[in-house]
Design a protein around this ligand. Sequence first.
Ligand SMILES: Cc1cc2nc3c(=O)[nH]c(=O)nc-3n(C[C@H](O)[C@H](O)[C@H](O)COP(=O)(O)OP(=O)(O)OC[C@H]3O[C@@H](n4cnc5c(N)ncnc54)[C@H](O)[C@@H]3O)c2cc1C
Length: 425
Amino acid sequence: MSDYINSYYAYNADTSVPYPALNEDLQADVCVMGGGFTGLSSALHLAQAGYKVVLLEANRIGFGATGRNGGQIVNSYSRDVDTIAKKYGPEMGKAMGQMMFEGGDIIRTLIRDHQIDCDHVHGGAFVALNHKQLKGLEEHQKLWQAYGNDDMELLDKSALSKIVKSDRYTGGLTDNKSGHIQPLKLALGEAKAITSLGGQVFEQSPITKVEKGKRVTVHTAKGSVSADYLVVGANAYLSHVLPELMKRSMPCGTQIITTEVLGEQTCREMLPANYCVEDCNYLLDYYRTTADHRLLYGGGVVYGARDPDDIERLIRPKMEKTFPQLKGTKIDFAWTGNFLLTVSRLPEFGRLDNNIYYMQGYSGHGVTSTHLAGKVVSEAIKGQAERFDVFSKLPHLPMLGGRALQIPFTALGASYYNLRDMLGI
Ligand SMILES: Cc1cc2nc3c(=O)[nH]c(=O)nc-3n(C[C@H](O)[C@H](O)[C@H](O)COP(=O)(O)OP(=O)(O)OC[C@H]3O[C@@H](n4cnc5c(N)ncnc54)[C@H](O)[C@@H]3O)c2cc1C
């Protein structure tokens, strides 16, 4: 059990009043494991539908990737629908394509309906480092247009300067259905919305044992919850309590730094439209400015989720390459967080014993997919499982040789793709 890590988000959000730890035996319709976006969206959609919901978080709300991420509302999945259609057939591509912009809509609806103050800003951009990537963005625009997103603009090098002022890029693609948020503030707002609807939220309450059966009973150090259903949203932070969920994925770390306050003018000189940005590399850089006018810059992947020794040393060179004017700028915050990678890079949803649902493995792009996950699991529990089963039918290969052996293989694969990105092939 831990408190928040020292991130910009924890510094910038009001985390002063914790939720209680579970200290009793409760009955519920649905118990939710994990207070990240997966668990919060599930609990919130179920509470909205009138279910009696209890959410148990091992640490604090948003302790995991949810309270540490880049805050970028990126549409679609870590693999796009053309790849999905090629690998799993046109019907699967179409079914997933029909849901690929919904996660962002869910976030915007929750912010509006529950008046969540989370520094929400509209607009994001993908940027290309070479002509091959720009060509890829052109295809990407056509694909997303075919699924109903007309709010995108392809920009050449000179036009891109209205979004990003950096010499690094060949061009880019804006997406006005994207945007950014302070993710910990959003998570805390969602937790508050759950309790306002009668749901119960507990922190510092790790589930240590899951008793399967007609009703599921989960145990914590000082209490238990017995429920018709358990929804598992523990993602990369899942402990050995459900080892069967750890076979087909691997936790990976990615790191973020945040500068000192730079002032609005300096921020707009780098990012005139205040969009969030991610590049098209396999090991991508992602960045944006914050409401109090800092640059928040992320990148890098550590396979197996070991904490790197010196995060600033890893990320600062990337930031200074993009914005050389920030050479020597003071970094106020540096942190790491874990996401969960699957072999296919597509989310892994499924059931254990018909009354335990799990959603995990968003492979680095989870802000929107987690919100969609919560909505589709609530539909499944209400008896309409068609959309949940689109995801649960995606085949997932086991990590051959287990996680220990997978780390070097995955890192080797990533180095190969990284080299291709650098050479522009
Ligand atoms: C540094 C970083 C940057 C990222 N940037 C972006 C981005 O800009 N855009 C984007 O789309 N995606 C991004 N991602 C990915 C995204 O953050 C994740 O996909 C998403 O937050 C996963 O949410 P989750 O709820 O599934 O898992 P988490 O947020 O990790 O939550 C899991 C929770 O489960 C709890 N838990 C674990 N075990 C137990 C237990 N036994 N009992 C009770 N609770 C338990 C944990 O304490 C944790 O709070 C980023 C990820 C990282 C790490």
